[in-house]
Each structure stands twice: as structure tokens, then as C-alpha cells.
Design a protein around this ligand. Structure first.
Ligand code: ADP
Ligand code: MG
Length: 579
């Protein structure tokens, strides 16, 4: 076939395809332009998930009418004035490709009124050429409308998914930028229905509440601040009480740019090691600020990825901050020991030096729960329903009446007897609730109890679940109550004190934030399980381990704390210098 030079229009379309892949890319580019224009209010309206209609309106500084047309020319940008600036980019846009790419792929109209001007300029483009130019009445700011995306490119159109799927991607883009810019008020409407509205009050927690709900927002911890160093992480991360089934709730921003970064996302998840049930992932909103010359943002057509000059340093700082934040709040055995040991696997690191292990790491006892060792399954962990099978464990004895030491096929396990028992009971109670099994232990003599106002309100909120679990309690007049039956796990205890204790546990702030059924199961489990300091017979230890083996998530207690730490045969041999 003879070699032929593409026509400018063909070339433009091919290049445009790199930037504008789907409706969400249009929204991303327009929102970035609005943010670069200093907008404090950004409204995104779509129809049919953006397939037929997208409009982004801002109150930013606008474009001079005589420049409107130029903005749609290829490589026309106001954001770079010299080539060196490319190495220290501080705006979201810099290539001048977004608007021409949109115009090549859709029908575009832009109305813009600069802050000082009395009227707005307006351009309409079809097939990449200006069809109309004039003035219009509009408030200060810019409004861009993109319609009929890819209508002239059947090849592209084929790749478009359902309106719901495309709309979902748009919602994600707007959500991410809303989290990155809490000082900006974002509104998203699809087919006239409001999907997101953030307050724009510069409060990340309030913004997170608009995105994830107030319950989750209340569980977010401010990221530990490091006073020194040029790499500064900031943001909010979820306490282990809230978790998600995949990693898409980990939001990453670098110098206020939303990015995707597999390895860094992974590093954040790693920092939660042992604190979340297997197969669960944290919620996190993490921004890394670093000098612009330490990061190359010009590596991806849609600017969705960046390259750090010193990737390891960024990971170390972020992981340390996450670890600190969590260990300040939830002291977990083994956290400090594993602090130095959790560099992401090398295959996730790009670039040179990736295969050399981090040097200067002192040998540490990495008392990590076992899922650490299955870590490199980045791609699969999300899809596979997680079956967490414990090996068969043989009890060796009890330590300090608190831990059961056990032997497994690969080394030694130390099990926290209370946490393990809590896990066992928790899953048992959840199962009972699910299957509607009601086990009650009637009391020989009804026991009168006194409840505080707080306990009473908890009794009211969780009454249904408590009854289902076997608690039978009735008002006795004059604010007094009488207990007639208790769940079997509470037999042998003095009901007059056990019931208020249970209610207090229910009201505890660190319980799982999930549905009432979970909370009730967790409180009953905590109340009914063996305490630290209680001695256990060999038979009881064996039973504990066997029941733990049957659990669905045996490695953490209902609060996300580890039930066990593992020291592999390998590590043991290393510690004794046998190899
Ligand atoms: P880039 O953002 O890379 O500069 P674009 O094609 O996205 O390229 O935009 C071209 C130019 O149009 C920008 O440099 C900016 O000057 C102007 N512009 C685009 N959108 C807006 C907006 N919402 N408000 C103000 N100016 C804008
Ligand atoms: Mg742009």
C-alpha cells in the first residue's frame, strides 16, 4: 500500500481520540478548565449519561470574546508561556488539546463572559469548524455545551456503553474533583436529577459527607502531618471500621490533580494490613503535594497518570503517614514491626532501580497477618470472592492467659483469644439473624434492671434485633424494666448487670458502622467472648482454634483488629540464623 499523509482532519480526529475517549473525558477536561479558571462554582449537567448532552458551567475568569475562537485551535493554550514551564506545571491543562479534540468529535457551543465584560462571547462549532460567532447575554464565567459525541464516528460510537454506565463514569470524575477541591461548589445533574452537590465550604470532611454520607465522613481520620520534607501528604482516611469491597474508594491527588496510580493505591491499602477483614479495602482521600519539578504530569494522553522522580520516597512518606494515623487511633500489635517492611512489590514500580530492594532496612520481625503474603494479587483480589482459609492449627499452650500459641504447617501463630472468640461468635450470631433462628434462655426468675436514658434509647433503636437474638425485656412501670429471657451466650451472667453492659457496647463508637444486625452481633460477641486474662484448658484452646478455622474471615475481629499474628518457619529460621 502506498504511503499517504493523513489529511489534517483525519489526523485531528486520531489525536482527539486519545484525549476524548468517552463522555466522562469531556467532563474531565471541561471541569479541569473551569478549575484552572479559578471557578468557585461548577455545575455539570448531562443527558443520557452524557451521550447526547453535556454542559459544564463555571463562574471562573472567562475568555475574551476575540480569543474564543483561538481556544479551539490545536495547541492553543494560555497556560504555558515557555518550554521550561513544561517541567513545572501548576495548572491542570497545558497542552491546548481538549477543546479542539471535543470540537472534532462533537457539536460544541461555548459562551464565555470575562469578569470585567458586560456581554458574553459565543461560538458554535460543527465538525471542528466555527459555524457561528457572536455575542450573548450570560453571567460572568464560561459555559460549554457538548452534544452528539461521536455521532460522526460510528467506530467510536460502538464502544459507548449504556447511559447508566457512562453516567457512572461522569459521576466518578465529578466526585473525584469535588474531593480534590473542597473550596469549590460542585453540582451534578443527569436528566434533571441531582446526583451530587457539595457545599464548597473548603471543608474536606463536609465534602466527603456529601459524597459518601455522614456516617462514613464521621469515620474519617485526618492524615498524620509530617513537619519536614518536600513531599507532603494530606487528606482523610477511613478508620478500619469502614471498608469497601474494592479499591475504587481510594482517591489520589497529586498537586491538586486527580490521578490514577496503581502502585500508590496499593501502598495505601497495604498500610491497613491486618486492620481490615480479608478482601476489604479502605476509603481514603489522599493528596500528595510536592515541588512540581518532582513529578512529570506529561506522560499520559488524558493526564490521568503521573511519574514521580523518586517513587519510593513518595510511597514511603504516604505509607508512613497512613500507618501513623491508624496506629495513633487503633493500636495494633505488629504495626510498628511491619512499618519498615511494606514496600510495594517491585513489579508495581516502574522505571529504573525497581528491582533493587529498599536498602538499609533492618531485619524486623514482621508479625503480619497472613494476607500480607498474598498481597501481589492486585488484579485478581478485586474480582475473586475472597475465601480466607486458615490452615489447621494445633494449640501449643496459652501465654499470659491472653494468647493461644499454635503451630501450623508454616510456623507459629499467636492468637488473641478474646479477638478470636469475638470473631467466632460474631459470625455465628450473624448467621442466626440471617436464618431467623431465635435461641432464648428464659430466666428462672425475671430480673429487674435499671437503664440510663442512653441505654434506653439504644434499646429502642436496636429492639428488633435484640429480640431476634433472644433478649426479652419489658417495661415494669416507673422507668423500671424486667428481663425475662437472655440470649444463650449470656446465661450464667447476672442479667441485671449484663443487659446494661451489652447496651453500652452497642453504643460504643468503635463498633462496625454497618447495619443494626451487625452492630448487635458484634456487641453480643464482644460481651459473650472469653476475656484476656482468663485461663483456658487444652480442650477449650483446641475448640477455639477449630471454630476459628470455620470462620469466613478468621483473621480479624469484628472491629477489624487482627485475631492472630503469624511467624513463618522461614522467619523463625532467619531469626535464629539457621539460614
Ligand atoms: P488547556 O487547558 O490545555 O490550555 P484547552 O483546549 O482545554 O487547553 O483550553 C484552551 C484554552 O481555553 C485554555 O488555555 C484557556 O485559556 C481557555 N479556556 C478553556 N476553558 C476555559 C474556561 N472554562 N474558563 C476560562 N478559560 C478557558
Ligand atoms: Mg484544558
Amino acid at each position: 500500500m502506498p504511503i499517504r499523509v493523513l489529511t489534517p482532519q483525519e489526523a485531528a480526529r486520531i489525536a482527539a481520540g486519545e484525549v476524548i475517549e468517552r463522555p466522562a473525558s469531556v467532563v474531565k477536561e471541561l471541569v479541569e478548565n473551569s478549575l484552572d479558571a479559578g471557578a468557585r462554582q461548577i455545575t455539570v449537567e448531562t443527558r443520557q449519561g452524557g451521550i447526547t448532552f453535556i454542559r459544564v458551567t463555571d463562574d471562573g475568569y472567562g475568555i475574551e470574546p476575540e480569543e474564543l475562537r483561538i481556544a479551539f485551535e490545536r495547541h492553543a493554550t494560555s497556560k504555558l508561556t515557555s518550554e521550561e514551564e513544561l517541567w513545572r506545571i501548576e495548572t491542570l491543562g497545558f497542552r491546548g488539546e481538549a477543546l479542539p479534540s471535543m470540537a472534532a468529535a462533537a457539536d460544541v457551543e461555548m459562551v464565555s463572559r470575562p469578569s470585567g465584560a458586560l456581554v458574553a462571547g459565543r461560538v458554535v462549532l460543527k465538525e471542528g469548524v466555527v459555524e457561528h460567532q457572536g455575542s450573548a447575554g450570560a453571567p460572568p464565567g464560561t459555559s460549554t455545551t457538548v452534544q452528539n459525541l461521536f455521532q460522526r464516528q460510528p467506530g467510536r460510537l460502538k464502544f459507548m456503553r449504556s447511559a447508566a454506565a457512562e453516567g457512572g463514569q461522569i459521576a466518578n470524575v465529578v466526585t473525584q474533583y469535588a474531593l480534590a477541591y473542597p473550596e469549590v461548589r460542585f453540582t451534578l445533574r443527569n436528566d434533571g436529577r441531582e446526583q451530587l452537590a457539595t457545599p464548597g465550604n473548603d471543608d474536606l470532611r463536609d465534602t466527603a459527607a456529601a459524597v459518601y454520607g455522614v456516617d462514613v465522613a464521621a469515620e474519617l481520620l485526618p492524615l498524620h502531618k509530617d513537619a519536614q520534607g518536600s513531599i507532603q501528604p494530606a487528606g482523610l482516611i477511613g478508620s478500619p471500621a469502614v471498608s469497601r469491597a474494592n479499591r475504587s474508594y481510594i482517591s489520589l491527588f497529586v498537586n491538586r490533580r486527580w490521578i490514577r496510580h496503581r502502585a500508590l493505591t496499593f501502598a495505601i491499602g497495604e498500610a491497613y494490613q491486618g486492620m481490615l477483614p480479608a478482601g476489604r479495602h479502605p476509603i481514603a482521600i489522599v493528596e500528595v503535594r510536592l515541588p512540581p519539578d518532582q513529578v512529570d504530569v506529561n506522560v499520559h494522553p488524558a493526564k490521568a497518570e503521573v511519574r514521580f522522580r523518586d517513587e519510593r520516597a513518595v510511597f514511603a512518606v504516604v505509607q508512613r503517614a497512613v500507618r501513623r494515623t491508624l496506629s495513633d487511633r487503633v493500636p495494633v500489635p505488629g504495626v510498628e514491626a511491619s512499618l519498615t517492611a511494606t514496600a510495594p512489590p517491585d513489579f508495581l514500580l516502574r522505571g529504573e532501580g525497581a528491582s533493587s530492594p529498599a536498602s538499609g532496612v533492618a531485619p524486623t520481625l514482621s508479625f503480619q497477618p497472613q494476607e500480607a503474603r498474598t498481597a501481589p494479587q492486585v488484579a485478581t483480589a478485586e474480582q475473586a470472592a475472597f475465601v480466607d482459609q486458615l490452615p489447621v492449627l494445633r494449640p501449643v499452650g496459652q501465654l499470659g492467659n491472653t494468647y493461644v500459641i499454635a503451630e501450623g504447617p508454616d510456623g507459629m501463630y499467636m492468637i488473641d483469644q478474646h479477638a478470636a472468640h469475638e470473631r467466632i461468635l460474631y459470625e455465628r450470631f450473624l448467621g442466626q439473624q440471617r436464618e431467623g433462628v431465635r435461641e432464648v434462655q428464659p430466666l428462672l426468675q425475671p430480673a429487674p434492671v435499671e437503664l440510663t436514658a442512653r441505654q434506653l434509647s439504644l434499646l429502642e433503636s436496636y429492639g428488633e434485633q435484640l429480640t431476634a437474638m433472644g433478649l426479652d425485656i419489658e417495661p415494669f412501670g416507673d422507668g423500671a424494666y424486667v428481663v425475662r429471657a437472655v440470649p444463650p451466650s449470656m446465661t450464667g451472667k447476672d442479667a441485671a448487670s449484663a443487659v446494661p453492659e451489652l447496651l453500652d457496647l452497642l453504643g460504643r463508637e468503635d463498633g462496625p458502622k454497618e447495619e443494626p444486625a451487625h452492630r448487635v452481633a458484634a456487641s453480643l460477641a464482644c460481651h459473650g467472648s472469653v476475656r484476656a486474662g482468663q485461663s483456658m484448658t487444652d480442650e477449650e484452646q483446641r475448640e477455639l482454634l477449630q471454630s476459628l478455622e470455620q470462620c469466613e474471615h478468621p483473621r480479624t475481629c469484628p472491629h477489624g483488629r487482627p485475631t492472630m499474628v503469624h511467624m513463618s518457619s522461614n522467619e523463625l529460621a532467619k531469626q535464629f540464623r539457621r539460614r
